[in-house]
Design a protein around this ligand. Structure first.
Ligand code: ADP
Length: 526
């Protein structure tokens, strides 16, 4: 650790001005830069667009020796190296698309000490040959980008990231700095543990995006809903995210025929087409890009005025990231999410066909996202709190909940009473699934055997459908009228739940139509 970090922070500020042309660090950036300069291990959690790159790029120019940035995406690395090079910073990358000649030249420049920042993918970094070579270089620190990939609690676990734990052993004099936009406490702790960080300073940035207005609506005539939103932004740039490639193609074609200037983007398109469509969007030759999650990584377009999700994303992290591409210039922008019960099933099918080792945690992420969609708490507050921050306003004035736009049921107390009294009749010993079955009059073995078809609340809400009842139970939980307890996650009434049985207190329940859940295409159509 340095004892002249004051001077070095001054140098960091002048580098920020002379190389990047920015006047000042954002609040958390200054702390993050200081950690790197002092060689103190750190974990920095900042949302997408929060400015993570500068946290390690600036110190790389201030500290002696060189730095290594570990990043999972080749395309992202190339963008970063190009940007740095055009700012006059000596940066390089090594990857599998390069010729032997190119790699040899980079190695030469590294030996001569001409490179300050080297970008590597983890699988390349961890080959014995690369490690040997790196040990001969004066490496002052490692920056690990997308560090949540090291944790299988996260939403994007990559086994090759696990190997990065050897860095602290093999490079004892280098500090290690992890960066991510995913901040649940569990993932945070796991990152520090997996990377063997030494008493890391943990910095969590501000996740709120006050200039974004969030709306989470039930899908009901999806194409119309999308078109209505687009129509409110004539000539402005926007992104429509779909779950499957097929939906991307269909939606893009439908919008095109309605006169919207649009192009599709997904991983199934040839590279040159994808590249061209992305360029057309960035250069505003089209207004709207219809895309899968494949779109957006590393794209720095600041004036996106709306992001529409035509289906539920697979995690809150993905939602934060994708919706966060709107309004990066700080001006007002709109985020609309259209969801239906079928989205959960679509994701289940997709995940079942994917990497099974991750299935449980991936499904838990999908369910958290569904709970947020069905929730009746301020969207800004829900998002920020999910990322481990407090939200201190009662009314954000920038989401469907706070703007009073939720489509609520007329007499929520009576409806809540029916559900709560069923929980009481079940002696508060059963979970949500069983309670739904009883309320909707299921002939399920377990219901019959327990004699629950004899309860007065049996079949009480059969006309509403299981999806709706399930949603209302989640809403009662999120408003703290019910809690899950014990090994079997049995439902139990809280004090305010008991009050509600006597029609005291307040509750909000939203309308859930059974019909919109059956309209989604099957996941395997992609
Ligand atoms: P992240 O990696 O966290 O998603 P980036 O590092 O790509 O974010 O930064 C997002 C944008 O913010 C970039 O355009 C970057 O140049 C800009 N930016 C970062 N730090 C500052 C700053 N201190 N002042 C002004 N602009 C900044």
């Amino acid at each position: 650790p340095s004892n002249s970090s004051g001077d070095e922070m001054d140098r960091a500020h002048s580098v920020l001005r002379s190389v990047w042309g920015y006047d000042s660090f954002r609040p958390l950036q200054a702390d993050a830069v200081q950690d790197v300069i002092q060689g103190r291990d750190s974990l920095v959690v900042l949302p997408t667009g929060g400015g993570k790159s500068l946290c390690y790029q600036v110190p790389a120019l201030v500290r002696d020796g060189m730095s290594v940035v570990v990043s999972p995406l080749i395309s992202l690395m190339k963008d970063q190296v190009d940007a740095l090079t055009s700012n006059g910073v000596s940066a390089a990358l090594v990857n599998s698309t390069q010729s032997v000649e190119q790699k040899r030249e980079t190695a030469e420049r590294l030996r001569r000490g001409e490179i300050k920042i080297l970008y590597l993918a983890p699988e390349r970094l961890l080959t014995p040959k690369t490690l040997d070579f790196l040990r001969s270089l004066p490496i002052s620190f490692f920056a690990i980008d997308e560090a949540h990939c090291v944790s299988n609690w996260g939403h994007d676990f990559r086994p090759e990231y696990r190997g990065l734990r050897i860095l602290k052993e093999q490079f004892p004099s280098a500090s290690v700095h992890a960066f991510t936009a995913t901040a649940s406490e569990q993932v945070r702790d796991d990152i520090a543990e997996q990377l063997q960080l030494n008493q890391p300073n943990i910095l969590v940035g501000d996740f709120d995006r006050p200039n974004l207005t969030y709306r989470m609506l039930r899908a009901d005539g999806k194409l119309n809903q999308i078109q209505q939103c687009i129509a409110q932004h004539p000539g402005e740039s926007g992104v429509v995210y779909c779950i499957t490639r097929k939906e991307v193609e269909q939606t893009a074609a439908a919008l095109e025929s309605m006169g919207v200037r649009t192009l599709p983007y997904h991983a199934g398109l040839p590279d040159d087409v994808r590249q061209a469509n992305q360029e057309a969007f960035i250069q505003e030759k089209v207004d709207v890009i219809v895309a899968t999650v494949a779109f957006g990584m590393g794209i720095d377009k600041s004036n996106v005025r709306f992001v529409i999700h035509a289906g539920m994303p697979k995690s809150i992290e993905h939602y934060q990231q994708e919706s966060g591409r709107a309004g990066r210039d700080g001006l007002a922008a709109e985020c609309i999410l259209l969801h239906s019960g079928g989205d959960l099933m679509s994701w289940k099918r997709i995940l079942e066909n994917g990497d099974r080792s991750n299935f449980q945690s991936a499904m838990a992420s999908v369910e958290s996202m569904a709970a947020l969609c069905n929730g009746v708490q301020c969207r800004h507050a829900s998002l920020v709190e999910y990322f481990g921050q407090e939200y201190d306003s009662d009314n954000c004035n920038a989401c469907d909940v706070c703007l009073g736009e939720l489509d609520v049921v007329d007499d929520p107390i009576t409806l809540a009473q029916k559900i709560l009294s069923c929980v009481v009749r079940l002696k508060e010993r059963y979970g949500a699934g069983h309670t739904v079955k009883v309320l909707t009059g299921s002939r399920d073995q377990k219901v019959i055997q327990a004699g629950h078809d004899q309860l007065s609340t049996y079949n009480l809400l059969s006309s509403e459908g299981a999806t709706a009842v399930r949603t209302w139970i989640e809403q009662l939980i999120s408003q703290n009228h019910l809690i899950r307890t014990g090994e079997f996650q049995s439902l139990r009434l809280t004090e305010s739940g008991r009050a509600l049985l006597k029609r005291e207190g307040e509750v909000t329940l939203t309308k859930v139509s059974a019909k919109s859940s059956s309209r989604r295409p099957a996941a395997n159509e992609s």
